[in-house]
Design a protein around this ligand. Structure first.
Ligand SMILES: CC(=O)SCCNC(=O)CCNC(=O)[C@H](O)C(C)(C)COP(=O)(O)OP(=O)(O)OC[C@H]1O[C@@H](n2cnc3c(N)ncnc32)[C@H](O)[C@@H]1OP(=O)(O)O
Ligand SMILES: O=C([O-])CC(=O)C(=O)O
Length: 372
């Protein structure tokens, strides 16, 4: 048996959703640079689910469906109040809430194409409402009901704060959502596909994916980056802090990637946004610290920043709590997870690799009284 640790380089499926070739990322053939500059998140959701950009009418219909399905059962909010919410990570709460959501969907186990599409809409629409409600309930605030007249991005910021965001914030957040929407067979998407390839339901697939995204080697890195920036504190402290970590063979969060070699094409967009927003909110040191870290890590380790590095300071400037950074990633990536789940259902085969056994050789059972 040949073991490929971490399945590096293993091609496990075909997919017509997104591709990474020579460090270029495309969604259904459209370069991420093009989409980041021009497309709204709702257009990207349509693109990922239908493999074509929407017409005006198709886009309006999708927006309407998302807006109409954004309310969540009151039991989800009541559930937040049953546990010590102040000590619970929002990704753990989101994972549980999405699982709970399935219990309020009569179509949860209906595997028809039509029901799966309706569930896709419900999940994409309700996940932001869950995240925003959790963020408010833990501060002793009432959830803010979703607004149907706002864009997907603006509505999330509105539900979080109770204030309609200004155009700069709404546009920046929308662009961040576009940049995080899909990424070929990353760990959480693979998890979703493994789960639903048993012909389990969409809620199970998304719940599993949220669990995989939570880890700091994947989506959890954006929160870890902000923790690092906060610990470093000043531009002068970057050099000793980063060199110390590298000398101890510790990883620098937000750097490196399993697939990209020259660099993550999403990072430059977030870097530009970080430069602009940190200046705008009068906290340019986050950007200055980040670029200094980038200089050192690229020169010492030849590791470029990934999508999680500059997104941290971007979200911080939008006034978002640091432990909500990964749930925000989940809000966007739900669109990609759903596209992959639907693609898996359309051409399914159980995903079941092998393991090379390395335990003891064959042994005989020893009765408990005779064991030393
Ligand atoms: C949305 C996303 O998921 S993007 C990724 C988010 N994750 C992070 O930012 C966490 C930090 N980065 C990492 O841990 C890794 O680069 C990963 C998990 C992204 C990719 O991991 P892999 O492809 O398995 O690479 P692996 O962890 O084996 O690293 C290869 C070598 O580069 C080093 N390396 C990789 N990333 C880093 C890093 N961020 N800082 C320092 N060294 C690193 C490793 O220590 C290892 O060195 P060695 O060969 O001397 O032992
Ligand atoms: O593709 C990966 O391994 C991780 C990543 O960048 C993503 O999920 O956006």
């Amino acid at each position: 048996m040949t073991v490929t640790r971490g399945l590096e380089g293993v091609v496990a499926t075909t997919s017509s959703i997104s591709s990474i070739i020579d460090d270029t990322l495309t969604y259904v053939g459209y370069d991420i640079d093009d989409l980041a500059e021009n497309a709204s998140f709702e257009e990207v959701v349509y693109l990922l689910w239908h493999r074509e950009l929407p017409t005006k009418a198709q886009l309006e219909e999708l927006k309407k469906q998302l807006a109409e399905n954004a309310d969540i059962p009151k039991e989800i909010v009541e559930h937040f109040k049953l546990y010590p919410i102040a000590n619970v990570h929002p990704m753990a709460a989101l994972r549980t809430a999405v699982s709970l959501l399935a219990l309020y969907d009569e179509e949860a186990d209906d595997m028809t194409k039509e029901a799966n599409y309706r569930k896709a809409i419900r999940l994409q629409a309700k996940i932001p409402t869950i995240v925003a409600a959790f963020a408010r309930v833990r501060k002793g605030l009432e959830p803010v009901a979703p607004r149907r007249d706002l864009s997907f991005a603006a509505n999330f910021l509105y539900m979080l704060t109770g204030q309609e965001p200004d155009a700069v914030a709404a546009e920046a957040f929308d662009k961040a959502l576009v940049l995080h929407a899909d990424h070929e067979l990353n760990a959480s998407t693979f998890t979703a596909r493994v789960c639903v390839a048993t012909l389990s339901d969409m809620y199970s697939g998304i719940t599993a994916a949220i669990g995989a995204l939570k880890g700091p080697l994947h989506g959890g890195a954006n929160e870890a980056v902000m923790k690092m920036l906060t610990e470093i504190g000043t531009v002068d402290n970057v050099e000793p802090y980063i060199r110390g970590k590298l000398a101890n063979k510790e990883k620098i969060m937000g750097f490196g990637h399993r697939v990209y070699r020259k660099g993550d094409p999403r990072a430059k967009h977030l870097k530009k946004m970080s430069e602009k927003l940190t200046k705008l909110v009068g906290e340019p040191h986050w950007y200055e610290m980040s670029t200094k870290i980038e200089e050192i890590v690229t020169s010492e380790k030849a590791l470029p920043p990934n999508v999680d590095f500059y997104s941290a300071s971007v979200y911080h400037c939008l006034g978002i709590d640091h432990d909500l950074f990964t749930p925000i990633f989940a809000i966007s990536r739900t669109s990609g997870w759903i596209a992959h789940i639907l693609e898996q259902y359309d051409n399914n085969r159980l995903i079941r690799p092998r393991a090379e056994y390395t335990g003891p050789g064959k042994r005989s059972y020893v009765p408990i009284d005779e064991r030393g």
